[in-house]
Design a protein around this ligand. Structure first.
Ligand code: LRY
Length: 230
């Protein structure tokens, strides 16, 4: 089945727990993915080859695969170099997501070269650009990405402190005006209402992570609310 059709107007659940998080475990991430599927999610986003493989063994939903890796010489950390992009593609995921900002990449690599190489080596893998700004999104669209994600809005120096829901989703609205490729809304979508709004405005699909799969974030919201009565 066509991956785009499968994920259109649906919920993609990001099942990620880094080494420093309580649920860091491929087994647990695979169970998170199963729970997401049982709830009607249409796709999964996952970090690392081992997590992707565990999830592939557990659910038959399309996966957006990434590898987070820190390099000393760059702020880019989501599937930053050709090496990680290749490793994600080799798992057979339907979509590989990578940093799609205009920032300098590790080892002086160019995003245009990575895209050209991967299109040749993995012509069937769809490419998603994790962007932070309208400028990034235009750049990624020009490079031929299949999906533009809002993933890094609020997470770069020039967007620090921003939130996708601010000002009635003004950033998303601007993107949708200027970008023709499908926009996947991701990052800080922490309520069902925000997820619905993202799609009503014109988002192609919506990715939710922490609000579903990071219990420490979920519990914190309860604790913070309760603290208000003291
Ligand atoms: C900025 C960054 O590192 N984002 C990562 C990208 O894969 C994940 O840590 C997020 O959980 C994911 O984007 C979903 O977002 P949220 O958890 O806010 O729903």
């Amino acid at each position: 089945m066509d991956t785009s059709k499968q994920i259109e107007k649906g919920l993609i659940v990001s099942c990620q727990a880094l080494e420093n998080e309580p649920l860091h475990s491929s087994f647990i991430m695979s169970r998170m993915a199963r729970a997401a599927k049982e709830s009607g999610a249409v796709g999964i986003r996952a970090n690392s080859v081992v997590d992707i493989q565990a999830i592939q063994d557990t659910v038959d939903l399309p996966i957006i695969g990434i590898i987070k890796k820190i390099y000393e010489d760059s702020e880019v950390f989501i599937t930053p170099t050709l090496k990680e992009v290749r490793a994600v593609c080799a798992t057979g995921v339907e979509i590989v997501a990578m940093d799609g900002t205009t920032r300098e990449r590790p080892n002086g690599e160019q995003l245009s070269d990575i895209v050209a190489t991967i299109r040749k080596e993995y012509p069937n893998t769809l490419l998603m650009a994790d962007t932070a700004s309208l400028e990034d999104a235009k750049y990624a669209e020009a490079l031929g990405f299949d999906f533009i994600g809002t993933t890094l809005y609020g997470y770069t120096n020039n967007t620090d402190g921003e939130n996708i829901a601010n000002d009635d989703f003004s950033h998303l609205r601007k993107l949708l005006k200027d970008i023709n490729k499908p926009v996947i809304v991701e990052g800080k979508i922490d309520t069902p209402e925000k997820a619905r709004k993202s799609l009503e405005i014109g988002g192609f699909s919506v990715v939710c992570g922490g609000a579903i799969t990071r219990p420490q974030e979920i519990a914190q919201r309860f604790v913070d609310e309760i603290a208000l009565i003291k």
